[in-house]
Design a protein. Sequence first.
Length: 329
Amino acid sequence: MWVTDGTESGAQMVRDIGRGDGSVSPKNFTLVGDRALFTVADGVHGDELWVTDGSTEGTHLLRGINPGAAGSAISGMTDGTVQLTDRPVGHDMISLDEDKWLYTAFASSLEYEYSLFATSKDGDQTLITLDQHTIGGRYSGEVRLTVLGEGKAIIQSAEDLFVTDGTPDGTKIIHTRLTIHAMTDFVSLGDGRALFMNRDASQGGVTAADLWVTDGAEAGTYQIARMSNENPTSLLDHVQDLGDGRFAFAAPIEGHAGAVWVTNPSASSLERNPTINSWSGYSVFMPIVVVELPVEPPVEPPPSSPACWWMPASTCPTMRMCNWRGAMP
């Protein structure tokens, strides 16, 4: 592994990892404060998590999670996110703060024992061994990590939901027997809560799902609205805070393929915006400031052009402001 300042004279080898024959290649570098995490198989361990501060002494194995040549299946780390993709599961590395990160990894390739870990400047520690469902002795569950804010994160592991503050004592189960689909997304609201879709098998149909919310506590994890059996099992990754306790998002639920929805999780309310019925899947919600300008609007383009809409924070209805090219309706 090498370090460089972008000049020929500033390039130097930090550490010769492995057997010295050039067969080892560090990869998946992710910045964490003033250090970088990466994965590498050093000839003794399989792909495991390493850390470096750019010096020889500061470059070392962070933890041999799964001893032996199999490694712990950590890969795909980019832009501060670690996606573990070498096994039939979906996982992330997430940051609770600048100094503490959470990740999941296999602790035993034979028993498919999956655990939640925390890493910080003070070291690496196991928070909890996740209780997984197995088929024929092989791991088959799903694990997802989602930041709630305020130093907390939730962990969905198969049918169970956990909360953690990055310490063993602060890691506990808050809900069991959730029928969460493999493709479900947890969407953080940015206020210590997250939305998710929970499938109720009694509704029938593989896509039946209801909108739920969690704040990381057992009492704060509940169903917002019961829906039909036509709902998808996942949400989009963008929800807009309207500033009055309500949140807007676009999703094809309740049989409306192109609808915009407004929810108030505290009041367990969900209502469809009656104006927009042609959401294309590429909509973006953002706060705006409306200013009148003394300019002549351009010619109206064809009706099929994408449009931007105005949604007052105090009401649910919307009105069309302009098309994609800026022409007023």
